[in-house]
Design a protein around this ligand. Sequence first.
Ligand SMILES: Nc1nc2c(ncn2[C@@H]2O[C@H](COP(=O)(O)OP(=O)(O)OP(=O)(O)O)[C@@H](O)[C@H]2O)c(=O)[nH]1
Ligand SMILES: [Mg+2]
Ligand SMILES: [Zn+2]
Length: 361
Amino acid sequence: MIMEKIEKLGFNNWFNDKVDLSKTDFSITRVISVNKNSFVVSNGEKDIYAELTGKFLFNTDSALDLPTVGDFVYAQLFDDDTLAIIQDIFPRKSLLKRKAAGKKIDYQLIAANIDIAIIMQAFDSNFNIRRLERYLVIINDNNITPLILLSKSDLISPEEAEEKKKQILEILPDAKIFSFSNNNLSDIENIKSLFTPHKTYCLLGSSGVGKTTLLNNLIHQDLYKTQPIREKDDRGKHTTTRRELIILENEAIIIDNPGMRELGIISSESGISSTFSEIDDLSDECRYKDCTHTVEAGCAVLEALKRGEISEERYENFLKLYKESKYNEMSYVEKRQKDKKWGKFFNSAMKDIKNRKDNYK
Ligand SMILES: Nc1nc2c(ncn2[C@@H]2O[C@H](COP(=O)(O)OP(=O)(O)OP(=O)(O)O)[C@@H](O)[C@H]2O)c(=O)[nH]1
Ligand SMILES: [Mg+2]
Ligand SMILES: [Zn+2]
């Protein structure tokens, strides 16, 4: 039986079936905020400052193995449940990830165990179908249901809004699209009704589209205690952290994400094929199995492009995202192999030094 207090955090039978019986001494908690190597977890009753057990710090060699917002974790609670040590991560139902920003080739986790990802774009210069496709790739890589919210409806006419929605339906005929305004609160109640209890939603979208403002409108500020969480920084000083996972009054769970300037894609082949499903379907008909859909004779994708069945912009974005995903994946693998080689070299050098020292004893 699932305890009520963690059910409120989204813990359901999927996770319950995966409980590790050797870990029943630990509490099941959910990560609600991450700040480098310090975390805040909730046990459904309160927010607890948490750190990682040494195992994580020394044995993980990929960002994928570290807890992220939305993860369920086994934690050991201390000091009257005011401090937690994270022992292990539950299997993940889904994982939103991107390439770390900048030149570094690594994964960066966005959030775990998301049921529905909300892509938010604003009805201003932020509105961009190609960027929407980029977000869809990341979401579709996980079988997470997308929900599209268009903010700042106060800035345009209803006709213009309809026209923009049509543009989205052209690339995503089954899309669920809703518009609203944080400024005059139009359709906010409608947006509120979209959230289902105990499901986990993640807000995605460029900086400034209105994600946090929407969240504040949904929780009416006073309903949800937004007091900062107290935690200790590296020097033991108390600082404040913003919580990223909040629970609405109806017990729907929402994860806010600070704006993303870059949304790099890394090894998301299945996300690309389902986002560009018509291109993926056509590629079965290409003459060559390893067709790159760029220069080949008998390429069904190029033929559809010529007939105008796929737009030039969409085709180009498909190629761009595909190449980016592959390139980042290859660079990551290469980098890991180099790191491993250096690790081996370093270890054998250390052994040599030690042996030499022992010989002189
Ligand atoms: N006109 C208009 N402005 C809005 C609306 N929603 C938000 N804004 C404004 O847009 C700005 C950014 O809003 P935020 O909610 O902070 O945006 P965000 O998506 O959380 O941004 P990041 O946290 O940086 O990712 C604020 O100045 C808001 O007042 C809206 O519906 N209409
Ligand atoms: Mg924000
Ligand atoms: Zn082809």
